[in-house]
Design a protein around this ligand. Structure first.
Ligand SMILES: *Cc1c(COP(=O)(O)O)cnc(C)c1O
Length: 407
């Protein structure tokens, strides 16, 4: 008899971002060129300082580090929060983790018991669904709409959130700037959420891994800067997007709540430490001149504009220009974006080329929402994005004209 698998594990949804990869692999095998706009993997070169620091490592033993993290890396993060956000942190307010992903896991495990709830604006980062399911936590969504640029409902943002609070609510979890939406909350929205957290005794988990990418001069208000709610706020941070260093697997939990940090430390100890060399490389990344980030921000803004411009004129496509991060969510004229994505891999090409995108359904908790929406990542060269948009345009036209007709 086979041993059974846990219900916890079986309840974790498969990644809707990576789930279409096998279809893409078959398309590649069939000789098609696939443009991968499904995943947030920037093509910007990682700053050279990272590799130099790793190469200059001379210790004879690659030893364990402390569970808390490399002291130089922690100091670098203290400096960044002080200089860029005006927030003073003690070393104990920072825990180095294996990417923002592990920071999210630890945070959800520390804040929530099985059966507890987190309020999350949807569409949200699809991995939140997997992490919450793994921890036995229910996501209670606040639905946002394409037409509002995926901001909190403008008519009554406070009510939209407060009406979701139950005795099981532990906190509010959000990515800011938003993945998959690109939405950057205004100072008023940030303060409103801070005051709700204070009044109702909730945590505010702010995933700010895209903090450096806001466009059109739009200011960014970090949840870390909410002095009055500082005990409520847990910030998730990472080198992955800031320094185009996704493979380093270095991230952080940042919180001025002592109890949270103390408990997170137990999880950190249970996994020993994060990789010694990667932390040395990451510490060097924070010495990168700020001109690097300015250049990347300009480049992403230009890419965003190019992709929006190319998509806007496709009949039936609805989108709002994203304010930050490097994703664009759009409504497309099909009934089932997942079926369309598979069709794009299996049945369609434009001169041998096709495009992989992420269907947005897996980014919603409310059943049925997002079926006609997709997410595209624009952290790729402008010419590639323009070509991808052309392929999507041709794909949508051919899909609508298929035998049997109905899109
Ligand atoms: C990429 C990403 C992360 C974390 O990525 P890591 O590589 O694990 O640091 C967390 N949240 C969001 C919204 C992301 O897009």
């Amino acid at each position: 008899m086979n041993p059974g698998i846990s219900r916890r594990s079986l309840g974790v949804p498969a990644s809707s971002i990576r789930g279409l990869i096998p279809f893409a692999e078959r398309a590649l095998k069939a000789g098609k060129k696939v443009h991968f706009l499904n995943i947030g993997q920037p093509d910007v070169p990682t700053p050279e300082g990272y590799f130099e620091a790793v190469r200059s490592f001379r210790e004879p033993v690659l030893a364990y580090g402390g569970s808390h993290g490399n002291p130089k890396l922690v100091q670098s993060l203290q400096r960044v929060y002080r200089e860029e956000l005006g927030v003073a942190l003690a070393p104990e307010n920072i825990l180095v983790t294996a990417g923002g992903s592990e920071a999210l896991w630890f945070t959800v495990m520390v804040l929530c018991d099985p059966g507890d709830e987190l309020i999350v604006p949807e569409p949200f980062y699809a991995n939140y669904a997997a992490i919450c399911a793994g921890a036995g936590v229910r996501i209670v969504p606040v639905t946002t709409r394409t037409e509002d640029g995926y901001h909190l409902p403008v008519s009554d943002p406070a009510r939209a959130v407060e009406s979701k609070i139950t005795p099981r609510t532990r906190g509010i979890l959000l990515s800011h700037p938003g993945n998959p939406t690109g939405t950057v909350f205004t100072r008023q929205e940030v303060e409103l959420l801070g005051s709700i957290a204070s009044r109702f005794g909730l945590f505010l988990v702010a995933d700010e891994v895209y903090r450096d990418f806001t466009y059109d001069g739009r200011p960014f208000t970090s949840f870390a800067s909410l002095e009055e709610a500082k005990e409520h706020v847990v910030v998730i941070d990472s080198v992955s997007k800031r320094y185009s260093a996704c493979g380093a697997r270095i991230g952080f939990i940042v919180s001025r709540n002592e109890a949270v940090m103390e408990q997170a430390m137990k999880f950190a100890q249970s996994r020993g430490c994060t990789p010694t060399l990667e932390q040395i490389g990451a510490a060097a990344l924070y010495d990168t001149p700020s001109s690097f980030l300015e250049g990347v921000r300009r480049e992403y803004q230009m890419r965003r504009d190019a992709l929006c411009h190319a998509l806007e004129t496709i009949p039936g496509v609805t989108l709002r220009k994203p304010e930050g991060a490097f994703y664009l969510s759009a409504r497309i004229p099909v009934q089932d974006a997942q079926a369309f994505a598979i069709w794009m891999m299996e049945e369609f090409d434009l001169n041998g080329e096709t495009v992989l995108f992420a269907p947005l359904e897996g980014f919603y908790a409310t059943p049925g929402l997002g079926r006609n929406e997709i997410r595209l990542c624009y952290a790729l060269e402008k010419a590639k994005l323009e070509r991808a948009a052309e392929i999507i345009r041709a794909g949508l036209r051919a899909y609508g004209n298929r035998k049997g007709g109905l899109a």
